[in-house]
Design a protein around this ligand. Structure first.
Ligand SMILES: *[C@@H]1O[C@H](CO)[C@@H](O)[C@H](O)[C@H]1NC(C)=O
Ligand SMILES: *[C@@H]1O[C@H](CO)[C@@H](O)[C@H](O)[C@H]1NC(C)=O
Ligand SMILES: *[C@@H]1O[C@H](CO)[C@@H](O)[C@H](O)[C@H]1NC(C)=O
Ligand SMILES: *[C@@H]1O[C@H](CO)[C@@H](O)[C@H](O)[C@H]1NC(C)=O
Length: 164
């Protein structure tokens, strides 16, 4: 009886892992990170962001920061009236994109004027696992994540097999 319960638990775990395999953590700007080297309009334009995804800002912590602003202040690079300061101080900030709306982020310290600003449009439902996201930057993250899920699921299967 105990074994059966454990088996059921492990199988459920496997299903759960597969079910959540769609979330993507996007490193903003790709390998260049949050800097002055990237056109973030171009970076974002081929991506689809969903309410399960995250943005990951990686940058020189003594120079840049991550401030969420509204559209007016994004356009004007006005860092004084930010909606939320996502800066933690480590130069590595994670932002959950958990609401269906447009998000606007800028760097203060004048860097916004140099192009360190990004707008992302967040859509409601993630696509079914059968249709992977068609984006250059996200593709690696998706397959990496899926790979990890597969490993986790196969480990569960091996544990199950050894119990039976
Ligand atoms: C970024 O690229 C877009 C599209 O090519 C262009 O319209 C825009 O002027 C560029 N922005 C900067 C800051 O160079
Ligand atoms: C953004 O906030 C400013 C105040 O900082 C306000 O004047 C402006 O109307 C707001 N813009 C939008 C699009 O909400
Ligand atoms: C944002 O928060 C960080 C960490 O608390 C702080 O060091 C920084 O001064 C804040 N930035 C602004 C513009 O308020
Ligand atoms: C979205 O995430 C932010 C940051 O963790 C949190 O403050 C906010 O309450 C969340 N909103 C929803 C609708 O979950």
């Amino acid at each position: 009886m105990e074994r059966l319960e454990l088996l059921a638990l492990l199988l459920c775990g496997g299903v759960f892992l597969f079910g959540t395999a769609d979330a993507v953590r996007y490193m903003v700007g790709g390998s260049s990170g949050w800097s002055e080297k990237v056109n973030y309009t171009v970076w974002a334009q081929d991506k689809h962001f969903y309410t399960v995804d995250w943005l990951f800002f990686v940058y020189q912590r003594n120079q840049f920061n991550v401030l969420e602003v509204n559209q007016t202040n994004y356009d004007a690079c006005n860092a004084e009236h930010f909606l939320r300061n996502w800066t933690t101080g480590a130069g590595r900030d994670v932002v959950p994109l958990n609401v269906t709306r447009d998000y606007y982020f800028i760097s203060g310290n004048g860097f916004c004027y140099g192009g360190t600003k990004v707008k992302v449009h967040v859509e409601d439902s993630p696509p079914p696992p059968a249709s992977p996201k068609n984006s250059a930057g996200g593709a690696g993250a998706v397959s990496g994540r899926r790979g990890a899920m597969l490993i986790a699921a196969s480990t569960a299967a091996i544990v199950v097999a050894s119990l039976v």
